[in-house]
Design a protein around this ligand. Structure first.
Ligand code: FNR
Length: 366
């Protein structure tokens, strides 16, 4: 007896259902995180240390939370972040997320390690629908160049280079489930070692030698805006500005890489004052991901200066449990929570969200 979709009232409900109904190996791969899973818990917990300072008696009859991301107009300040192996959760894989992103007019980031072929995911999108490419950089730069230029040719509007995974983290839940069938459109042609879990089995092509010196090369092979995904300290945000990239995603990869990495919301709170102090806040777009489950989480990130937020596991869980209807409902729930909570804090537009609406005193001191 599986709960009806209508009985899922928030994103966490989808996780509870998915845990019960998903195949064990799929649940292990999606839900796992590094080591003792401290960082993955902190990602969500950190939001609980931020409180609102709402404004009263503001006319909030009309609320508008449309915004732009890398120049694209979107209906809500969240995007579908890249998560590998969509077919573990649903037979159709990533194209389910493509369709939901279309319906809600938000952006989907296509993972290098998608289960569906890249072209299949692009073909599943409507003509004017915007997608981004998440890139794991191959040791063989000819392969990387081909992937990037093909994505640009197919209309991708952003290149998100993952920089927090020179080696895949140790996800023991995933390893224990003895992964055997990645079902991935693996673009690496590497031999795999299935005893290491799904993640390790498909990721050995990733180049651990990738460094700041490579950024100009990426800028020379594509005109897509470049965003570094997985930045974790303000010093590196400043380097990213200097390198001339268009954005960063403050992220610890959903707690799946470095254990005891800080939450992105905390890194964001550290970053924005430094950027403002140097007059750099308009030079780069700052995104965050990790642990975002509620409209209030999104509002807190935007108040602190994020341009938008990425959401990973909740959409995978909704897709695995209920398919397209599930992802559509998850996105609608987030939009409903956004609308209600913008009213309750006294903001009618995204550009009215600022730090004065927050009390962040216990974010760092707890
Ligand atoms: C990921 N993530 C990820 N990131 C990336 O750059 N390339 C990838 O292939 C993947 N694959 C992947 C698979 C699964 C199952 C998960 C859960 C995550 C990380 C992802 O983009 C994002 O950083 C986190 O998922 C955000 O945290 P939440 O929303 O899952 O809490």
């Amino acid at each position: 007896e599986m709960p009806l979709l209508e009985q899922c009232y928030n994103l966490l409900d989808f996780e509870a259902v998915a845990r019960r109904v998903m195949k064990k190996t799929a649940w292990a791969y999606y839900s796992s995180a590094a080591d003792d899973e401290i960082t993955v818990r902190e990602n969500h917990a950190a939001f609980h240390r931020i409180w609102f300072r709402p404004k009263i008696l503001v006319d909030v009859e009309k609320v508008d939370f449309t915004t732009t991301m890398l120049g694209t107009k979107v209906d809500a300040p969240f995007y579908v972040t890249a998560t590998a192996l969509g077919k573990l959760g649903h037979v159709e894989g990533e194209v389910v997320l493509t369709r939901a992103a279309r319906k809600h007019n938000v952006i989907q980031m296509i993972p290098t390690l998608a289960s569906c072929a890249f072209d299949e995911i692009v073909d599943a999108a409507e003509d004017d629908q915007v997608q981004w490419l998440q890139l794991y950089v191959n040791k063989d730069r000819a392969i990387t160049k081909r992937i990037v230029q093909h994505a640009e040719k197919r209309g991708c509007k952003g290149l998100f280079i993952t920089v927090d995974a020179p080696q895949l983290g140790r996800r023991e839940k995933d390893m224990r489930s003895k992964f055997t069938d990645p079902g991935a459109n693996v673009q690496s042609g590497q031999e795999t070692n299935n005893n290491q879990g799904a993640a390790r089995a498909i990721s050995s092509f990733i180049d651990p030698a990738l460094s700041w010196k490579d950024i100009p090369w990426f800028q020379s092979i594509t005109k897509m805006p470049i965003v570094l995904k997985g930045v974790q300290r303000v010093e590196d945000v400043l380097k990213a500005v200097e390198a001339g990239v268009q954005g960063v995603v403050l992220s610890n990869h959903g707690g799946r890489q470095l254990e005891f990495a800080r939450s992105a919301i905390e890194v964001l709170a550290e970053t924005m004052p430094v950027l403002r102090q140097r007059g750099l806040e308009d030079k780069i777009e700052i995104y965050i991901d990790g642990g975002i489950r509620r409209g209030t989480d999104i509002l807190k990130a935007l108040c602190l200066g994020a341009k938008g937020v990425g959401i990973g596991r909740p959409f995978l869980y909704a897709m695995s449990a209920y398919g397209l209807d599930g992802v559509n409902r998850a996105m609608q729930l987030l939009k409903d929570e956004m609308e209600m909570n913008m009213r309750l804090i006294g903001a009618t537009r995204i550009d009215e969200l600022d730090e004065s609406l927050l009390d962040v005193r216990s974010l760092f001191n707890h």
